[in-house]
Design a binder for this molecule. Structure first.
Ligand code: PGA
Length: 252
């Protein structure tokens, strides 16, 4: 069975003091929590300080991005090696905000996936269609292109460390969630793509998270869907009370 994962993407929020306050609150409340992989992705500058506050708890650290080189003349970038050194186990790759604001392509995203895996970081690959793409009936083509491009040249063994996050762009930060059924349809399609690209075992074992305005009031319904294995959460991950409720989702 796939272990559920609830991951908080803090985006560009919180100073070191604020980040440590939130991670300490989460640590206290989730110290002995089992059965769900709990991941938080704070801003780069806060990673080492946050890592200290979650020591000896089940909470895992993620970065929000990485550059596909280990070291060198890449001013302003952060490598998977440095992220591991700072205490990260996971890294978010290909978030739609980076695809849109920084023009990240599937080829570049694939380079990051490969470098992260080579370094021993577990990537959370984000994919998802825009509203216009959905309305133009391009959703399935877009998801297929992003999955094929993002996972190109990865081995079956490497796929054991990969998590996918389906995040329809129109649902991110807008308060509009995909319905449980819309999300399930996309997740099941993605699982089919994994089967075609890798094996049936990979398709069955890979966790696919849903992201886009997940909150305490809709998490239970989403988590009840067969192919939804967790959530990647922005806004609702910034308040301890809300994030803890998401981690403690109830199977309905
Ligand atoms: P949101 O963001 O939960 O605020 O919609 C999700 C994300 O961008 O990962």
């Amino acid at each position: 069975m796939r272990k559920p994962m609830i991951a908080g993407n803090w985006k560009l929020n919180k100073t070191i003091a604020e980040a440590c306050e939130l991670s300490s609150d989460l640590s206290k409340c989730l110290a002995n929590f089992e059965g769900v992989d709990i991941v938080i992705a704070p801003v780069f500058t806060t990673l080492t300080a946050v890592a200290e506050t979650i020591k000896n708890t089940p909470i895992k650290l993620a970065a929000q991005n990485c550059y596909p080189e280990e070291t060198g003349a890449f001013t302003g970038e952060v490598s998977p090696l440095m992220l591991k050194d700072a205490g990260c186990e996971y890294v978010i790759i290909g978030h739609s905000e980076r695809r849109q604001l920084m023009d990240e392509t599937d080829t570049f995203i694939n380079q990051k996936m490969i470098k992260a895996l080579e370094t021993g970081l577990k990537p959370i690959l984000c994919i998802g269609e825009t509203l216009q793409e959905r309305e133009n009936d391009q959703m399935l083509d877009i998801l297929a292109a992003q999955i094929k491009g993002g996972l190109d040249n990865l081995s079956v063994e490497q796929m054991a460390d990969v998590v996918i996050a389906y995040e329809p762009v129109w649902a991110i930060g807008t308060g509009k969630t995909a319905s449980d059924e819309q999300a399930q349809e996309a997740h099941s399609f993605i699982r089919g793509l994994l089967q075609g690209m890798f094996t049936q075992e990979v398709a069955f074992a890979t966790r696919i998270l849903y992201g886009g305005s997940v909150k305490p009031s809709n998490v239970d319904g989403l988590m009840a869907m067969d192919d939804i294995d967790g959530a990647l959460v922005g806004g609702a991950s910034l308040k301890a009370e809300d994030f803890i409720r998401l981690v403690r989702f109830e199977k309905v």
